[in-house]
Design a protein around this ligand. Sequence first.
Ligand code: AMP
Length: 539
Amino acid sequence: MMQTPLTMTQMMERAEKYFPKKQVVSRTASGIQRFTYKQIAERTRRLADSLSKLGVTKGDRVGTLAWNHHRHLEAYFAIPCMGAVLHTVNIRLSPQHISYIINHAEDKVLLVDPDILPLLESCAAELKTVKAFIIMTDDKELPETILSPVYHYEKLLAEANPDYHYPEDLDENDPAGMCYTSATTGNPKGVVYSHRGIVLHSMALGLADSAAISEKDVALPVVPMFHANAWGMPFSAVWFGTSLVLPGPYFTPKLLAELIEQEKVTVTAGVPTIWLGLLKELDEGSYDLSSLRGVLCGGSAAPKGMIKAFEQRHNIPFMHAYGMTETSPLVVISTLKSYQEELDYEERLELRAKQGTLVPGLEIKILGKDGEVAWDGKEMGELCIKGPWIASEYYKDERTEEAFRDGWLHTGDVVTIDEEGFVKIVDRTKDLIKSGGEWISSVDLENALMAHDSVFEAAVVAVPHEQWQERPFACVVLKEAYKGKTTKEELLEFLTPQFAKWWIPDDILFLDEIPKTSVGKFLKMTLRDQVQKEALRKG
Ligand code: AMP
C-alpha cells in the first residue's frame, strides 16, 4: 500500500473542496456570526500567512487563550497546517500555572480573546518567550492593554495572502497540538498530539459504533476548545463537512437550549455539569430539541438518573464516554451491542451508565494486584491504555515515568470490566478532585492549609456534588494551642488569595486526628466516608 502521510492539511482542504457551502455558526461577544467552510478555509490560510509574517516557523508553538468560536477554529487548523504547534491554554488555570505552561511550551505567539486579556495581563511580566500577542476581537479597534506588541486578528487577516500554501513536507509524526493537564501537585503536565494521532482519532469519532459524527450532523461542542481539543469534535466536523455550532463565551443553559433549537443541532458534547444545567432548563422551559440524536457526555461519570431524565422526559439519547487529555481523548464509549438492545430499559440503562467498550484501534488492560483482572464486572484494577492516539510521554517532564511504563499509559483510574467488555470507572488513584470538569489538586490545598500557623495536619477529599460532580472538603487537625480558637472562616480566608475561587473547599471539618495507613499516609477512602456522612448529616 502507499505510504501517504496522515496530516491535518487534508481536513480543511476537504471541507473547502467538497463542503464549501456548509456552515460554521459562531457565537462571539457581539452575537451570532455565520461562515461557510469556503470562507473559513480562506481565513485559515490568511491566518497561517499572518503568523508566518510574524516569524512563526516549523515546530514553533503558538498558544490560544480563547472560547469556542470561529477564530479559534481557524487557529486549530492554520497553526498545525503551517507546521507549527497549536497550544490550547486552559484559561481556568491559575495565573501561575498559565505563565508556567506558556513558558514551558515556549509559545512564540499568543492568540487571545479580549475578555481573557486581564487574566493574561496578570501574568504578562512572567512570560519569557512570547514575541507577539494577537487579539481576536470583533471590534474595529484594539482594546487597551499593557501587552506589547499587540496585533488585531481581523486586520492581520485583511492584509494577508488568501492563497497561502501550506508546506507539503509535513511528517505525520510531527507535533500538531499540545495541551497541559493538571498534575497531582505542582505544575501541569504537557501532552503533545501528532498529526497522525489527530487524524486517526478524528476517524474514530466518525465510526458508526462510536460518536458516528457525519456530514449529516450539526455538531455543537460545548466542551471547551482548551480541553483536549474539545474532544476532537472540531477536527472531525471540518474533515467530514459537518456543520459546526460554536457557543462562544459565558453561555447559559437557556442559551444552549436556544442554540440547539434554532440551529437544529444533532450532536453535542460536554461534561455532566453542563447537562444537569440544561436538564433543569428543559424541565422548566419549553423547547423543541427533537433534532438531537445524541449527547456525548464524559469528563466525569454521567449520573444514571440524569441519563434517564433526558431520555424519558425529553427523548434525548445519551452517549456516555471516557477519555483523558493524554488519550486525545476518546477511549471507551457506551454503545450497546445489537443483542443488548433487546434488554429492558433499566438493564440497558445500567450498561449505558458504564463508560463503555473500547473504540477500535486501541488496546486496554486492567491491572489488579495479581496481574490482569477477570472480566467479571467485580474485580478492580488500574486501567492501562495503548494505541496510536495515546500520548507516549509528558512534554519535557520527569513525571513521564510515573504514568508511562512498559509501553502503556497507566491512567490512575480504577475500573472493573464485565463479561461483555464494558468498562466502569469505580475510583481514582490520583489525588485530584474533578469539579465541573476541571481539576483541583487536593495536595496543593493540603500544603497551603498546613502552612497556616494553627494547622497541624490537613487532608482534602472529594465529596459528591449534584451540580459539580465533586467538590473539595477539608479535614483539619489544629495544633493544641489553637483548638477552639481558629475558625473555618479564618482558614478559608487564608486560602482565598492563593487559589482560584472555585478551588476553595466547600467546608472544613475539624478532627482530632486524620486516619492513616500503617506507613503514615492519609487514609483518604476512610476520610471520604467520614466526610460524606458529615455532609449528609448537615444536608
Ligand atoms: P482530563 O484529562 O481533564 O480530560 O481528565 C481525564 C480524567 O477524567 C480521567 O482520567 C478520569 O479520571 C476522568 N473521566 C473522564 N471521563 C470520565 C467518565 N466518563 N466517567 C468518570 N470519570 C471520567
